[in-house]
Design a protein around this ligand. Structure first.
Ligand SMILES: Nc1nc2c(ncn2[C@@H]2O[C@H](COP(=O)(O)OP(=O)(O)OP(=O)(O)O)[C@@H](O)[C@H]2O)c(=O)[nH]1
Ligand SMILES: [Mg+2]
Length: 236
């Protein structure tokens, strides 16, 4: 992090209000371009808040970090390789179950993850409520209610960004149980032989993706010397 600058990425499923939130935060101070090599729009904006400069990137919508489409690859590689100080996942609060799938994946790779419970107005209209304290306890991160198209919850969200932007690197860990955890550790040990790889990507995350059979990650490794050892550790 450069002085008081905090790099923030907005991610989330398609159509949950990421760009609306991005516009509400950055106002007119944004730059629109393309991601290198693809025609997917890249929006970067600046917001000065509480004596800090927030540089905010609006990522394309993604249902998972499995990287099946160009949009998913952009979102995932940006978070993994550019390592933003804070990642905000924007969620459609009326469709939480579906949205929380991405949250569990982001928890594996994101330093500082905050969940913006967007479309809170629609939840309220239904006479429902999201149990924020329970989810915060379960995930160990902060959840903020927002209604992006009315500019509601923005300041609370930015307060949280500043708090966690200086929190340092504390990757969250989901426990996959004894057997899978052993496999993860085994792969992590193999991957540790390639330092350039593990400084670029979290080795635990790489290991989980290898176990899932993620083709994009297998391809990333295919030209490296650790690849044969990785392949050998898979039966069949
Ligand atoms: N009711 C309600 N509508 C919202 C809210 N936030 C955004 N919207 C609307 O939801 C629609 C989608 O918003 P976008 O900001 O384009 O969503 P997005 O996540 O950027 O979509 P993609 O970039 O296509 O993935 C728009 O019609 C917004 O006006 C909200 O908090 N409440
Ligand atoms: Mg958008």
């Amino acid at each position: 992090m450069v002085e008081n600058k905090i790099r923030v990425a907005l991610t989330g499923n398609p159509n949950v209000g990421k760009t609306t939130l991005f516009n509400a935060i950055t106002g007119a101070r944004q730059k629109v371009g393309n991601w290198p090599g693809v025609t997917v729009e890249k929006k970067v904006g600046i917001k000065e808040y509480g004596g800090h400069i927030l540089e905010i990137v609006d990522l394309p919508g993604t249902y998972s970090l499995t990287a099946y489409s160009a949009d998913e690859v952009i979102a995932r590689d940006y978070i993994l390789e550019e390592k933003p100080d804070v990642v905000i996942q924007v969620l459609d609060s009326t469709n939480l179950e579906r949205n929380l799938y991405l949250s569990t994946q982001l928890l594996e790779i994101s330093t500082n993850l905050i969940l913006a419970l967007n479309m809170s107005d629609l939840v309220e209209k239904r006479g429902e409520d999201v149990n924020v304290p329970t989810l915060e306890k379960l995930f160990g991160i902060s959840l903020i209610r927002t209604t992006a198209n009315e500019g509601k919850g923005i300041n609370q969200l930015l307060d949280e960004v500043i708090k966690s932007g200086f929190g340092g690197y504390f990757p969250n860990k989901i426990d996959y149980g004894k057997k899978i955890e052993e496999e993860i550790r085994h792969l992590e040990m193999i991957l540790a032989e390639d330092e350039t790889l593990t400084t670029r990507y979290p080795s635990r995350w790489l290991s989980i993706k290898l176990l899932e059979g993620d083709e994009n990650v297998h391809t990333k490794l295919s030209s490296l010397s650790v690849h044969s050892e990785v392949k050998n550790s898979f039966p069949g």
